[in-house]
Design a protein around this ligand. Structure first.
Ligand SMILES: Nc1ncnc2c1ncn2[C@@H]1O[C@H](COP(=O)(O)OP(=O)(O)OP(=O)(O)O)[C@@H](O)[C@H]1O
Ligand SMILES: [Mg+2]
Length: 454
């Protein structure tokens, strides 16, 4: 039930409004002046204020300003007489939701109150959604490896030196990049991120450097690239080892000459950016294989920050587990559940191929899927087991270059092999699990030349 506070010096108005709103099932409080009104706002939980602009002692506009200063989310509807309509307009300029003119119309009061409360709910919902979606993690960890990373972060934040962050998937490379930006003199300017692996080669150049209108068929208007958008701030090029050699050449040139042109443009553009890069590939191997330019590597790798996999810093596990257990606690007013010491040990034994991202998802799932008061080793192994099973067809990555028939065959073969192994090579059980006839399964085993003896 929403609570509405009426601040008006006329007892008649307070009574009428109270009656109307109570009939609509609102809880209604009232005060004859701003002082008493503010007192109620401070001590009760008010959802909406209806405020007379013409008040004794402290004027309505001043009360409004005070409310907005202290509780910017609290909506205020002002009431004014015809004679002081200009004050009502002023009130709206000062943040009032809307105004009601005397004599009050019952319908208008009800509609306006309803609208205002609805809008406030929407805003709150929106805020919460945003908070839960975009809430960035703090960087947790106190292992010697993490301390070394922090040291590098602070060192490099003090200058514009280029930093190359390396490490396996989910180790926290992006988080490191954001921490550097946040601590640098560019913190107030933007942090612009480009995932080089996600953009097709044909579009990468325009994404990075922008294009002029008509530069290519789909370039219907002029567009700034990320290098320009990041001007004054930090540009984070993620997955740089996935850039083609031709894209690497263009980035190298932009870095060396400290200027570039938009695609299809002639004017050279100079920007002031700080460049951070990251990759999960072993870049020395990429260089040896001729897939990454060594000269670009030297340019980018001024400050190297290798982020070790989680299994090499298990000392951080308890802290991380505790952090994510708080973050995903389904009952935030109670302390999060704890892990038995056996359960904690099994977390430390696990190899965490997906690193911190995997740990984070794992803890989120445990919190959603179980309501056991304490997390046991059995529960942990159950959830980790389940993860392993899900992993089997290794995502869609390997199919990206295949034609449909080839991909189907590859998938079928993998699935049959895996199911056979799980069922101890028992043909009828495997067939049953796969929902096919044993004869059909035999056919597939023969077709793919699958080994059926253990
Ligand atoms: N030290 C840490 N403390 C808390 N959360 C962390 C830490 N490191 C990483 N995370 C969280 O784990 C997730 C993965 O981190 P991030 O995206 O930075 O990894 P990444 O190395 O860039 O991964 P990828 O190679 O897949 O792009 C994110 O949700 C991040 O907030
Ligand atoms: Mg990343």
């Amino acid at each position: 039930m929403s609570t509405i506070l009426i601040i008006d010096d006329e007892p008649g108005i307070r009574t009428v409004l109270t009656d109307i709103l109570e009939d609509e099932n609102y809880r209604v409080l009232s005060a004859p002046d701003g002082l008493e009104g503010m007192d109620i706002i401070r001590n009760d939980s008010i959802d909406l204020v209806i405020l007379d602009v013409w008040l004794p002692h402290k004027g309505g506009i001043d009360v409004l300003k005070e409310i907005k200063e202290l509780y910017s989310d609290l909506n205020v509807i002002v009431i004014s007489g015809h004679a002081n309509i200009d004050m009502a307009v002023k009130a709206v300029k000062n943040g009032a939701f809307d105004f009601l003119e005397k004599p009050l119309s019952l319908d208008k009061v009800i509609t306006l109150v309803g609208n205002s409360l609805e809008l406030r709910d929407l805003k709150q919902e929106n805020k919460q959604l945003k908070a839960s979606l975009f809430q960035e993690d703090e960087m947790i960890g106190s292992s010697p490896q993490m301390e070394a990373i922090w040291e590098r972060i602070y060192q490099s934040a003090a200058s514009d030196a280029k930093v190359l962050i390396t490490g396996e998937n989910g180790t926290g490379k992006e988080l490191v990049a954001r921490e550097i930006h946040r601590r640098s003199r560019r913190a107030e300017a933007s942090f612009v991120e480009v995932n080089c692996a996600a953009i097709p080669d044909t579009l990468l150049e325009s994404e990075l450097f922008g294009h002029e209108r008509g530069a290519f068929t789909s370039a219907v208007s002029r567009r700034k690239g990320k290098f320009e958008i990041a001007h004054g701030g930090t540009l984070f090029l993620d997955e740089i080892a996935d850039m083609t050699l031709s894209a690497q050449a263009k980035v190298l040139r932009a870095i060396q000459e400290q200027q570039f042109e938009r695609v299809g443009g002639e004017k050279s553009i100079q920007v002031d950016i700080r460049l951070l890069t990251a990759t999960n590939k072993n870049i020395e191997e990429e260089i040896a294989a001729g897939r990454f330019r060594e000269d670009l590597f030297f340019r980018l790798n001024v400050v190297p920050i290798p982020v070790p996999p989680l299994r090499e810093r298990v000392a951080d596990l308890p802290l991380l587990v505790n952090y994510f257990m708080h973050k995903y606690n389904p009952l935030p007013d109670q302390p999060p559940r704890s892990f038995t010491s056996e359960a904690m040990k099994s977390l430390q034994r696990y190899s965490w191929p997906g690193n911190i991202r995997e740990l984070k998802n794992f803890i989120e799932r445990i919190n959603i899927m179980t309501d056991e008061p304490e997390i046991s080793a059995e529960l942990v192994s159950h959830f980790l087991q389940e993860k392993k099973m899900q992993k089997v067809p290794q995502g869609l990555q390997k199919y990206s270059e295949m034609q449909l028939n080839e991909a189907k065959a590859d998938f079928e073969r993998t699935l049959v092999e895996q199911r056979l192994e799980q069922c101890d090579y028992n043909i009828s059980r495997t067939a049953q699990e796969l929902g096919i006839y044993p004869s059909n399964l035999h056919g597939k085993i023969k077709k793919y030349g699958i080994e059926t003896k253990k």
